[in-house]
Design a protein. Structure first.
Length: 170
């Protein structure tokens, strides 16, 4: 099985990467990131990519993938709504659309969302509406399946640490 991981340098992405490397069913892991993970493993192929709103230059690398774990995300705390929308909805859909265009309905897309996400897209909290809109758009793409994970808290294990200061404090 070929797996794509977006966000492999973050806390969630690192955890997903470790699980994929330990799983004998996973033959290849394609890491898509802005920065190197410094992971050396026979299963790993890494693409350092700067523009997460345009994947045309690397889109062919997604072909043949069976699963994608989209582990990118930012906190909405202190961020203007338009910026959060751009980094949550626009960025996620740019990646997912590029993948959908080359995977022939064979791929399962897993999106790490958040507890309290509003699928109606009409709630009071902007971040919840934007996450809900993102989830809804992902569900409409031509994937074999799409799963939305809404954790309220994630406990990092096996030496993995969050880059977010307030998360480390908790």
């Amino acid at each position: 099985m070929k797996v794509i991981i977006f966000g492999p340098t973050g806390m969630v992405g690192r955890g997903v990467l470790r699980e994929c490397l330990d799983d004998p069913r996973v033959d290849e892991v394609l890491l898509v990131s802005r920065h190197s993970t410094d992971v050396s493993h026979r299963k790993v192929r890494e693409i350092i990519h700067d523009n997460f709103f345009d994947f045309s230059a690397i889109q062919t690398a997604f072909a043949g993938a069976d699963a994608c774990f989209f582990c990118l995300g930012v906190s909405s705390v202190g961020m203007p709504e338009a910026d959060y929308y751009h980094l949550t909805y626009d960025l996620t859909l740019a990646a997912a659309s590029a993948i959908a265009a080359v995977t022939d309905r064979r791929l399962t897309f897993c999106y790490v969302s958040g507890e309290g996400t509003d699928s109606t897209e009409h709630g009071r909290r902007a971040w919840a509406r934007i996450k809900g809109k993102t989830e809804n758009a992902l569900m409409r793409l031509p994937f074999k399946a799409a799963y939305m994970f809404r954790p309220g808290y994630i406990q990092p294990l096996r030496g993995i640490r969050s880059k977010t200061g307030w998360y480390q404090a908790v």
